[in-house]
Design a protein around this ligand. Structure first.
Ligand SMILES: Cc1cc2nc3c(=O)[nH]c(=O)nc-3n(C[C@H](O)[C@H](O)[C@H](O)COP(=O)(O)OP(=O)(O)OC[C@H]3O[C@@H](n4cnc5c(N)ncnc54)[C@H](O)[C@@H]3O)c2cc1C
Length: 233
C-alpha cells in the first residue's frame, strides 16, 4: 500500500513455492502419504515444464512437499492452461523392467488377491487406491491378471496423474511472486526511483526464486545494499 501511495506499480502478489490443489478425490484417500525417490513432472497442457526426482506428499486438498513447492513456481498462468502433475512412482525401472518385476511379484504371490500382490511394490495406503484406478476386480488373484492388465498397471505406476486446479493458499506459501516493480528501484541502492528516501528489500519486491536458499539471499542482499547506501548518505 505504501509503495502504491508513492506511485509505484505493484505486480499482483500470488503464492509461489506452495502446495497445489486438486479436484481428484484420490488425493484425499492418500492424505498423509509421503513418497520418496519419485519423479514429479508438471505439465502445462501437454508440455512438460518441470521434472525432478525427490519427495512429495498427498494432502486432503491435493499435493505438497518439496517437489510440489518447486513445481508450483513454474505455474505462470493458472487459468489459461490445463495443469497436471504426473508422478513416476518407480523411476529406477523403465516400463519393460517394471513389467518384468510385476510379472515376477505376481508369480511369487500367485494365490493372493491383486491388492495383496502389490504389497512389495507400493505403500499400504496406495494399494487399494491403485486397484480402484486400475479398474480390476479386487477379488482377482495375482495369477489371473492378464498381460494387458499388467501393461495398464505399468502405465499407472509410471504415469500417476493428478489434475491441478489452483495454487494453495497465499498464507501457507513459502514465498510470494509479485510485488514492487523492480524497474522502479535502483538495484545498487534499493532506493525508489520515484520517491527519494524510500527503500525496498526482500519479499516486497517483484523478485522470487526457486528453493535452495535463494529467497533468503534475495532478502539479505537487497537489505545489505540498502543499508550500505544509508551509510553513504
Ligand atoms: C515456512 C517457510 C520456510 C522457508 N524456507 C526458506 C528456505 O529454506 N530458504 C529460503 O531462501 N527461503 C525460505 N523461505 C522464504 C524466506 O523466509 C523469505 O523469502 C524471507 O524471509 C523474506 O524476508 P523479508 O525480510 O523480505 O520478509 P519477512 O521475513 O516476511 O519479514 C517481514 C517482516 O515485516 C513485519 N511486518 C509486516 N508488516 C508490518 C508492518 N505494517 N509494520 C511493521 N512490521 C511489519 C513482519 O512481521 C515480518 O517480521 C521460507 C518461508 C517460509 C514461510
Amino acid at each position: 500500500r505504501l509503495a502504491r501511495q508513492a506511485g509505484h506499480n505493484v505486480v499482483q502478489p500470488v503464492a509461489s513455492l506452495c502446495s497445489l490443489c486438486s479436484p481428484d478425490s484420490d488425493c484425499r484417500k492418500l492424505m498423509g502419504l509421503s513418497l520418496r525417490n519419485v519423479i514429479l513432472t508438471l505439465y502445462q497442457d501437454k508440455k512438460p515444464v518441470y521434472s525432478e526426482l525427490g519427495e512429495m506428499l498427498f494432502t486432503h486438498f491435493g499435493i505438497s512437499g518439496p517437489l510440489t513447492l518447486s513445481a508450483s513456481s513454474y505455474i505462470k498462468n493458472m487459468k489459461g492452461h490445463i495443469w497436471t502433475a504426473e508422478i513416476d512412482l518407480k523411476p529406477a525401472l523403465d516400463e519393460e523392467q517394471l513389467y518384468k518385476r510385476i510379472t515376477n511379484d505376481f508369480a511369487i504371490l500367485s494365490a493372493k488377491s491383486v491388492q495383496g500382490a502389490l504389497a512389495k511394490l507400493l505403500p499400504n495406503s496406495m494399494q487399494p487406491v491403485m486397484v480402484e484406478r486400475w479398474g480390476i476386480d479386487p477379488a482377482t488373484r495375482a495369477n489371473q491378471v492378464t498381460r494387458e492388465q499388467k501393461r495398464r498397471l505399468v502405465d499407472l505406476i509410471k504415469h500417476w496423474q493428478v489434475p491441478i486446479s489452483r495454487r494453495g493458499d497465499l498464507e501457507h506459501a513459502v514465498i510470494t511472486a509479485g510485488g514492487v516493480n523492480v524497474r522502479e528501484v535502483n538495484p545498487k541502492t534499493m532506493q525508489s526511483k520515484l520517491c527519494p528516501g524510500l527503500y525496498f528489500a526482500g519479499e516486497v519486491l517483484d523478485v522470487d526464486a526457486y528453493t535452495g536458499g535463494y529467497n533468503l539471499q534475495i532478502a539479505w542482499s537487497t537489505a545489505q545494499a540498502a543499508a550500505a547506501h544509508f551509510e553513504e548518505v
